[in-house]
Design a protein around this ligand. Structure first.
Ligand code: SF4
Length: 270
């Protein structure tokens, strides 16, 4: 693991676009926070966890993915406090009642108030909270194109593909190998839609977890000594509407949700 010795070395890894998604005004300010150990490098969504993982963390504080995700939630909540929720509701197709913005996510209602508090009947872990808050903050309202692409073909997806494959596609494939009702449940519980013949897959189900961020899960059964495989595709506009970090958290959240569902059915993926 390489060591980052000064602020300029860190700055040179950043795109220098000063986009503000890390909650700092400039890439230089973010580089300084990383150097001081106040923020993990992975908080810049343009870097990605795989690239960030090549460098020695400046502090032990943020050295596991769950802690990183908690840090992302705190950062998003801070950004939300400075957001006009009425304008955001109009941009993303939500409802604003003067106090909170409400969105329907996979058939369930999620509301957010001006303090960034998420109000829902479900258990809101970071894997649920991050995609929803990212969607409210960063969705540009880009229309769904109808073109499915793997994560690596999204503008900042290359660095995230390996991690996404490890955290989402592989565990979901293992689940699909043993839990034969997985796709039936995806259709019934989450209003999924079966799609015919996508890349000759045996099963393909489109899900609509957020209004402008559909995803497609394709599964190929084992065949003539070949292992089964599973891939998740996003709409080509997905990163404009959720950001790469939000897409990663969304895929991970869905995978974990189905893992729990399978456990309730007494199915253990190996
Ligand atoms: S999110 Fe990344 S690119 Fe954007 S300002 Fe922060 S460091 Fe710079």
């Amino acid at each position: 693991m390489a060591q980052l010795k000064n602020v300029i070395e860190i700055l040179n890894l950043l795109p220098k676009t000063n986009c503000g998604q890390c909650n700092e005004k400039t890439c230089m300010a973010f580089a300084a926070s990383v150097f001081k150990g106040e923020k993990p490098l992975a908080l810049c969504p343009m870097i990605g966890p795989e690239a960030a993982g090549r460098y020695e963390p400046q502090t032990k504080k943020y050295n596991n993915p769950e802690q990183d995700m908690e840090a992302v939630v705190r950062m998003l909540k801070e950004q939300l406090r400075a957001t006009d929720l009425a304008a955001a509701a109009a941009r993303i197709g939500g409802q604003y009642d003067g106090h909170k913005l409400t969105l329907k996510v996979m058939g369930k209602e999620f509301s957010v108030d001006g303090a960034g508090t998420l109000i829902t009947d479900l258990h809101a872990n970071p894997w649920v909270t991050i995609p929803i808050l990212s969607y409210i903050l960063h969705c540009k309202g880009a229309p769904v194109s109808g073109r499915w692409v793997p994560m690596r073909e999204l503008p900042n997806g290359k660095d995230w593909q390996h991690f996404f494959n490890h955290q989402c596609e592989k565990p979901l494939k293992k689940l699909a190998d043993t839990y034969t009702d997985l796709f039936k449940d995806l259709v019934e519980i989450f209003n999924g839609q079966r799609i015919q013949n996508h890349y000759q897959s045996d099963v393909a189900v489109a899900l609509y977890p957020l209004p402008l961020v559909p995803l497609l899960i394709c599964y190929w059964e084992p065949d003539e000594g070949m292992e089964s495989s599973l891939n998740i595709f996003f709409d080509a506009t997905a990163e404009q509407n959720l950001g790469i970090q939000g897409l990663y958290a969304l895929g991970t959240g869905i995978t974990r949700m189905f893992h729990k569902l399978a456990l309730r059915h007494g199915i253990q993926s190996t």
